[in-house]
Design a protein around this ligand. Structure first.
Ligand SMILES: Nc1nc2c(ncn2[C@@H]2O[C@H](COP(=O)(O)OP(=O)(O)OP(=O)(O)O)[C@@H](O)[C@H]2O)c(=O)[nH]1
Length: 497
């Protein structure tokens, strides 16, 4: 996500930070670089111009040159302007009666997938979602929605067989809805290759019948400025209440997301970060600005972890750490837990200052798979008593997992070192603090965020000086952060690093 933009911005800011005495001309140069970075990321020209102007004016107003650290001050000003550009605060989904959400967009933008993702998200919020297939233009979309609904355990309404008129199909759907006894209805409408009059006329008719509380446009971030133009066109005709930007996981530039709010005036409410049904995130402008600036997004990472974590299991894992009983089976469970949080690249992008690790050789999902294969090739006895892993056993494990013996040796060695560290209770709480960015941090690993990363990097062979740690310190780290009923966190961890 945004790797290109992140790199260019980082270059521009690094120059400022590395300059002993900052002058107005340094700042002007940096602004030029930032402007180029934004334009290359496909951010709208006017949006770029306005953003640079706002940053320059605020910097002048605050007399940045007189501050203790002008370089950092500029980054902060840029961050704050970026948050404003992205919409300020998160905009909540309107779930007031009649609790109907109309999903619109072009073909292939991700409407059907996003409808299912939204249903899954609503379920997690304790709501009762209902899916309504109205895509008569691409019949396969109806089956796709049925399958997804079945997987999620969400009722799906399909149009009467042979129905080709969207208005009639909508009437039938509303009748079905009346019989359902309440719930949040998500209407998946038809798309087209491009915005045409026929599509917009049909959508207006459907919208007038449905009277939705939300009309969400699903737009493909990878199409860049085209997505912004499409959103403007839809907004003029069917009046949108919000946007969902999909495929941000594959978008290195990020221009569409940055321009969207300013150009269309519509808030981005959700972002799609993968094909899986759980890969939908509520859009938080401040967290996104942090990610774009390489500052990570610990809050989202913790929320993801909270969704996946089984508290009882986590506490028992914690006890095993403390009693120094942690074995390869626990290790394997932690690996599986991490996999559920999503691709490693995404996780690293959420850890402050760790974006650069994404490109490090050896730090990737493949390496995680190799580690998993090695552990799976051990017998249960070997997993619980790694000390019995002699030369011939290691050779057998290497053969079984298809990995070289040296990799098996490395893993066992790192595991042993980790256990030694785990035996030290003081160390354990330090690590937990470090993982949460709470300032503890691992020795040699520095402050917030690096605790977990030390573990990750070592486990995957990428780590250098940091001590090895288990690949998921969440049991301890989650202690102070319990999600409330809404799945949100009362306390917000300080961003460290
Ligand atoms: N990587 C990634 N792929 C996505 C995301 N959202 C949707 N997709 C993929 O995009 C493709 C198109 O998604 P659909 O949901 O079928 O698109 P649609 O808008 O319903 O398409 P039509 O029914 O033809 O109008 C599918 O392969 C999805 O898996 C996302 O956030 N990230």
């Amino acid at each position: 996500m945004f790797s290109l933009l992140q790199e260019k911005l980082e270059d521009a800011f690094r120059k400022l930070r590395g300059t002993a005495k900052i002058s107005e001309s340094n700042i002007a140069d940096a602004m030029k670089d930032i402007r180029m970075a934004l334009l290359e990321a496909d951010v709208d020209f006017t949006v770029t111009k306005d953003l640079i102007k706002a940053v320059t004016e605020t910097a002048q107003g605050e007399d940045v040159l007189r501050t203790v650290n002008p370089g950092q001050m500029i980054v902060k000003i840029f961050h704050d302007e970026l948050v404003k550009l992205l919409g300020g605060g998160a905009t909540e989904l309107d779930l007031s009666p009649p609790q109907r959400i109309l999903m619109v967009g072009l073909n292939g933008a991700g409407k059907t997938t996003t409808s299912a993702k939204l249903a899954s998200w609503l379920k997690k919020q304790g709501k009762r979602p209902l899916l309504i297939a109205l895509d008569l233009y691409r019949p396969a979309a109806i089956t796709q929605l049925q399958v997804l609904g079945q997987q999620l355990g969400v009722p799906v309404c399909v149009p009467p067989a042979g129905e080709t008129d969207p208005v009639k199909a909508t009437r039938a759907a509303l009748k079905w809805l009346d019989e359902q006894g309440g719930g949040v209805a998500i209407f998946d409408t038809a798309g087209r290759q491009e915005v045409d009059d026929e599509l917009l006329t049909q959508l207006k008719q459907v919208r007038d019948l449905v009277q939705p509380s939300e009309t969400l446009l699903v737009a493909d971030a990878a199409t860049g400025q085209q997505a912004v133009a499409v959103a403007s066109k839809f907004n003029e005709t069917v009046t949108l209440s919000g946007l969902v930007m999909t495929k941000l996981d594959g978008d290195a530039r990020g221009g569409a997301l940055l321009s969207m709010r300013q150009v269309t005036g519509c808030p981005v409410k959700f972002i799609g970060v993968g094909e899986k049904v759980e890969q939908l995130e509520v859009f938080h402008p401040d967290r996104m600005a942090q990610r774009i600036l390489g500052m990570g997004d610990i809050v989202t990472l913790v929320e993801k972890a909270a969704e996946e974590i089984d508290e009882k299991q986590a506490m028992s894992m914690m006890r095993r750490f403390e009693e120094n009983k942690f074995d390869f089976t626990d290790f394997l469970n932690q690996l599986k837990f991490m996999k559920r949080l999503g691709p490693l690249e995404g996780i690293l992008g959420m850890l402050p200052g760790m974006g650069a690790l994404k490109n490090m050789p050896g730090v990737d999902d493949k390496r995680l798979k190799h580690t998993e294969a090695i552990i799976l090739s051990m017998t249960p006895k070997e997993r619980s008593k790694p000390e019995i892993l002699n030369g011939s056993r290691r050779k057998r494990i290497a053969n079984g997992s298809g990995r070289p013996v040296v990799e098996v040796n490395q893993l066992v060695q790192q595991f042993e070192m980790m256990k030694k560290l785990m035996g030290n209770k003081g160390m354990l709480s330090q690590l937990a603090g470090g993982m949460m960015g709470g300032g503890g941090g691992a020795p040699g690993g520095g402050g917030g965020g690096k605790g977990l990363l030390g573990g990750l990097a070592n486990m995957m062979g990428g780590g250098g000086k940091m001590p090895p740690m288990p690949p998921g310190m969440f049991p301890g780290g989650m202690g102070g952060l319990k999600p409330n009923k809404m799945g949100k966190f009362g306390k917000r961890p300080k961003l460290g690093g």
